[in-house]
Design a protein around this ligand. Structure first.
Ligand code: GLN
Length: 534
């Protein structure tokens, strides 16, 4: 029978609830249990796909094509499993489903209400995640902060689940903050007490508190929180600030959070092996080299907009004992004639152009690609980065000066990147991109083949435009190699320039499959090439 762990947050947002949920899941998985993870987001977008990354950060994509919150990326990186459509539920999805059912006549004769219709829908999503995944334990994180109007229906649904299932089948973790007040030089528990009070007012009794705190708390603080919040003292867990998020599971393990949960669930506390994770942390804390890699994008002021890309670079760095310092380059700033590219990239050993949408900042990205190509600097282009690498090559090497994407110039004379044919009839913008896993066949004797060591791969996608095969011959004649193709639809998936040290770009997003202990092949080789670029 599936058991359910819920992770809520209080006091302030940004406490690292996602990392807490991921860490707990990692520990339970390594105790030998099958886990599944899920996030509820209280906003009304059906998914974050239509939001500006500056507001919401990266859109993470699951293998089955769900556009999700970036926390899903943390989940996958920690538990090393692939999640799916059941993993990210928004208020938008819940309300849409209830309203669709109402129109369909599923509730004929009744008044459709928050309770029970919305709450039942939420509960069903929780239970469904358990049934469809066959997990022993489902870990569900609730976005936002307890007390927000938006998340009330979720909290109410959780209260019902706690009541229905009882404490041997549910475990509630509430994440809060213990601030340190300078002057009186004290850690303060009141915000946590108040936040637990809010939760209890809504009918939920937390089983454990995970308290973000600048340094380990004393017994006295734990006793106080235990008494005021009715939580056993050993269930008050410190979440101290760490250098690296991958240390968090070990912190929690040292405080036995996994054992506490399993005991409450009356499940055996099986043996655990964390040796490779501990070794990873040791590596991360003792990296003996460092290099700079430039990431050229238009959302660089919010690093979370590229979080999977940044993590993937780090993962590859760990493999080579190298700290990766990202040179965050705003593509729009490269557009000014006054910007000296040599100066911008003077310490960068590699240049990466990630995915993106719309025409803003495009010329700056093309300039960066041109700089990488002409100066033989290792280059990795992802999705839009591949499309722009093709445009740059067509314009500057093949003499097709008007080469462009119809995304930026609808009536361009040279549509070298064009809308995919099955996208031409698409009217709705949400959820209609080419999403999720598609197969790619890799040509032998290419960089891509050396990276993947396989001629069939599956990678995740998120795009509407594609390379226009009409231009393939002319680009090939000038030295571009089309090393990865989706054979079903005859779509270009990977391009490379073999006469350069390392120049490769892909239509898919390899960053979604990178893991701290297993960097994605294209990041691995790009970082390796950047390290050897003296
Ligand atoms: N805007 C481009 C497209 O839709 C690239 C998308 C991306 O980089 N994810 O095809």
């Amino acid at each position: 029978m599936t058991k359910y762990v819920f992770v809520t947050g209080g006091v302030v947002s940004g406490l690292g609830k996602g990392i807490t949920a991921s860490s707990v899941a990692l520990l339970l998985k390594r105790r030998g249990y099958k886990v599944f993870m899920q996030k509820f987001d209280p906003y009304f977008n059906v998914d974050p796909g239509t939001m500006n990354p500056i507001q919401h950060g990266e859109v993470f994509v699951t293998y089955d094509g769900c556009e999700t919150d970036l926390d899903l990326g943390h989940y996958e990186r920690f538990i090393d499993d692939e999640l799916n459509y059941s993993s990210n539920i928004t208020s938008g999805k819940i309300f849409k489903s209830v309203i669709d059912k109402e129109r369909h006549g599923d509730y004929l004769g009744v008044t459709v209400q928050m309770i029970p219709h919305i709450t039942n829908e939420i509960k069903n999503k929780v239970y469904e995640a358990g049934h469809s995944s066959g997990a022993d334990i489902v870990i569900t994180e609730i976005g936002g902060t307890v007390g927000d109007i938006e998340s009330e229906s979720f909290i109410e649904a959780l209260r019902q689940i706690q009541y229905e299932k009882g404490s041997t089948e549910t475990f509630f973790i509430h994440c809060t903050l213990i601030p340190f007040i300078y002057g009186s030089n004290e850690l303060k528990t009141k915000p946590t007490q108040n936040s637990v009070k809010d939760l209890r007012n809504m009918g939920i009794r937390p089983d454990a508190l995970v308290c973000r705190v600048p340094f380990s708390t004393s017994d006295h603080i734990k006793e106080k929180l235990s008494l005021f919040c009715s939580v056993p003292k050993e269930n008050v867990i410190d979440s101290v600030d760490v250098n690296n998020i991958y240390e968090v599971p070990i912190n929690y393990y040292n405080q036995k959070i996994d054992e506490i949960i399993l005991k409450q669930f009356q499940l055996p506390v099986k043996k655990i092996d964390l040796s490779n994770w501990k070794k990873l942390i040791d590596t991360v804390n003792h990296l003996d080299k460092e290099i700079e890699i430039a990431l050229v994008g238009k959302y660089v002021e919010l690093h979370d907009a590229y979080i999977s890309v940044a993590e993937s670079l780090k993962h590859a760095g760990y493999k080579y004992n190298t700290k990766i310092n990202i040179n965050w380059v705003d593509s729009e700033e490269l557009e000014s004639d006054k910007t000296n590219l040599k100066e911008v990239f003077k310490n960068s050993k590699g240049i990466l152009v990630p995915g993106g949408f719309g025409s803003r900042g495009i010329d700056g990205k093309i300039k960066a690609i041109n700089y990488a190509r002409e100066n033989n600097i290792p280059f990795l282009g992802i999705c839009l980065g591949m499309q722009l690498a093709v445009i740059e090559f067509a314009r500057n090497v093949c003499g097709i000066v008007d080469a462009n994407s119809t995304e930026f110039e609808v009536n361009t004379k040279e549509p070298i990147i064009d809308l995919m044919s099955d996208q031409k009839s698409v009217v709705n913008m949400g959820g209609t991109l080419r999403l999720g896993n598609y197969e790619c066949t890799i040509m032998k004797n290419t960089l891509a083949y050396a990276d993947y060591k396989n001629n069939k791969i599956l990678e995740r996608h998120r795009h509407r435009y594609e390379f226009n095969n009409k231009y393939r011959k002319i680009l090939e004649e000038k030295g571009m190699v089309f090393s990865g193709i989706n054979e079903n639809a005859n779509l270009v998936e990977i391009i490379e320039l073999p006469n350069l040290k390392h120049f490769i770009a892909c239509q898919f997003h390899p960053e979604f499959k990178s893991r701290p202990l297993r960097p994605a092949p294209l990041f691995d080789s790009f970082v390796k090439a950047s390290i050897s670029n003296k």
